[in-house]
Design a protein around this ligand. Structure first.
Ligand code: BG6
Length: 504
């Protein structure tokens, strides 16, 4: 958790304040920051929504969000009252080109009560189609002009392909400075994702072997047991490639594969990540069927419960060809990684919620143990567990106790929960605090987002051109379609089933 430092007075304006994200994630995260006394002394939250809502009702809804989703319970009434006193709510119709008066008046009122201008953070927690009108309104009102003190936070999805991302970047770039724009990928706020940097570059032990000479291949798995809940209208237009791979999985890949930065400067770290994205070998049309697998779940059993198929989910077309599972094999064309396959997979309704990175090392160059001794031999492996049970493990070979020489595998484990007693903050706590402090290291720059779209674009195009003939092709509760197993198998590799999967 960051040290408490004195922060400038700040107004956080949340567009889409009535929506799920504010309710489940943003407000509980802010509440927890408040509990840790990490918010600025002068801090106000202005909710912006389309429908008129008395501020008292707004507060009730946010309180319910904290009660249901906060990692720590509401401590006491006095604390809640102090926190809730900071809330205001204004209703604005963004489709109306003359809108914005209520918001401007609210900002002016808060600042006049404080007696000075505050930092302003505008959080666009709205569907992609509403981002441009919201940004245009801020520009029109002139309330987001200061490059240092006014900031804009944008939730994913950032565009739905390379062209629309470029268009949105171009539009926002015409209104605001790049330094004002904070594009969120909440995976970058997760402790273990950030720890990849520390693990790689704060230890001299691993970096010398972190390359093609020693690493055989890398697997990145982000598996979910959940389906798509009530988000069918969004998800059916997006699919797993846009929803998870273009952002979360590629960001993890960047951290695993990037070169050492020369400083902890936000741009330096982002430059190194962009280098990775630019070095990913574009998939040629002829190899997409071998290097990219998609799937869709049918009904099945997850964690002992019967669940419907994707096409039976709410707000999903019964003939939908949207993928709920993706597996990819990517190569990074640079000195460090030439010839090392990176396998990525993600899916909904898989048997466990688990996100992990497996680094699999090459076999020793010469094997001299008697063959009977090495029957259960395995390649060395480093497992970076992102969730749940965050930590890092190393799998090594050891001699099994006994009079015969028999090798066995043993794991050395570091678990956050055991090593550090303090609970880790939620990703949104870290990210919101960073925006308030003006630190953009964990946010995506325009070129990063576009480079990531460039990686997935050939796949999107190929898949859109030829709809899948065999959907749905994996039962809910399985590890995905058969074709996904074959992909690494062709290179002599297997997906490693995550260790000790746990229930959500
Ligand atoms: C979101 C996706 O970005 O990440 C969701 O839109 C997905 O579909 C979620 O469920 C997963 O996040 P987490 O933090 O639960 O792993």
């Amino acid at each position: 958790m960051p040290q408490s430092i004195r922060l400038d007075p700040t107004i956080l304006v949340i567009f889409g304040a009535g929506g799920d994200l504010a309710w489940r994630k943003l407000i509980p995260a802010l509440y927890n920051l408040g509990l840790d006394k990490l918010l600025p002394e002068r801090f106000a939250i202005v909710g912006v929504g389309r429908r008129p809502l008395p501020v008292a009702d707004f507060r009730v809804r946010l309180r319910q969000g904290i009660e249901q989703f906060s990692r720590r319970p509401l401590a006491n009434e006095e604390l809640w009252r102090r926190f809730a006193d900071n809330f205001c709510y204004v209703s604005e119709d963004l489709a109306d080109h003359a809108s914005g008066e209520a918001l401007a008046a609210c900002l002016a009122e808060i600042e006049s009560a404080w007696g000075h201008r505050a930092n302003r953070v505008y959080y666009l927690a709205v569907p992609p189609g509403v981002m441009a009108p919201a940004a245009a309104m801020l520009q029109r009102l002139g309330v987001c002009r200061d490059c240092i003190h006014d900031r804009l936070v944008i939730e994913k999805p950032f565009g739905r392909d390379l062209d629309s991302a470029r268009e949105l970047n171009g539009f926002l770039g015409g209104l605001f400075a790049e330094a004002q724009i904070y594009r969120i990928d909440h995976y970058l706020g997760k402790e273990t994702v950030q720890n990849i940097l520390a693990f790689r570059f704060a230890n001299s032990l691993f970096e010398p072997i972190w390359n093609r000479r020693y690493i055989d291949h890398v697997q990145i798995t982000v598996a979910e047991t959940v389906g798509i809940g009530d988000r069918g209208d969004y998800y059916d237009q997006a699919g797993a490639l846009r929803d998870m791979v273009q952002n979360h999985l590629l960001q993890i890949l960047c951290l695993v594969a990037m070169e050492p930065p020369i400083s902890f400067d936000a741009d330096e770290i982002r430059n190194k990540k962009v280098d990775v994205l630019r070095a990913i070998r574009p998939l040629a049309a002829g190899e997409i069927h071998r290097a990219a697998v998609r799937g869709q779940y049918r009904k099945g059993q997850v964690l002992g419960e019967a669940v419907p198929g994707y096409r039976q989910e709410r707000k999903v077309s019964p003939e939908s060809t949207t993928e709920t599972y993706v597996a990819l094999m990517l190569h990074i064309d640079n000195w460090r990684w030439q010839g090392v396959p990176f396998y990525l997979r993600t899916g909904k309704r898989l048997p466990a919620k688990v996100s992990e990175v497996n680094i699999i090392f090459r076999s020793p160059p010469h094997q001299f143990f008697p063959s009977a001794a090495v029957e259960s031999w395995q390649q060395n492996r480093i497992v970076i567990r992102i969730q749940p049970e965050e930590g890092i493990g190393t799998r090594i070979q050891v001699k099994q106790p006994g009079t015969r020489l028999l090798l066995g595998t043993a794991d050395m484990q570091f678990r956050y929960r055991e090593a550090f007693k303090a609970p880790a903050p939620e990703a949104y706590e870290t990210l919101l605090l960073d925006v308030i402090r003006g630190d953009a290291t964990l946010f995506m720059r325009a070129d990063q987002v576009e480079s990531a779209w460039q990686v997935v674009s050939p796949i999107l195009e190929a898949w859109e051109a030829v709809p899948p003939a065999d959907f749905p092709d994996y039962p809910a509760g399985s590890w995905g379609p058969e074709a996904a197993e074959l992909m690494p198998a062709r290179q002599g590799h297997n997906w490693l089933q995550p260790s000790e999967p746990e229930e959500e």
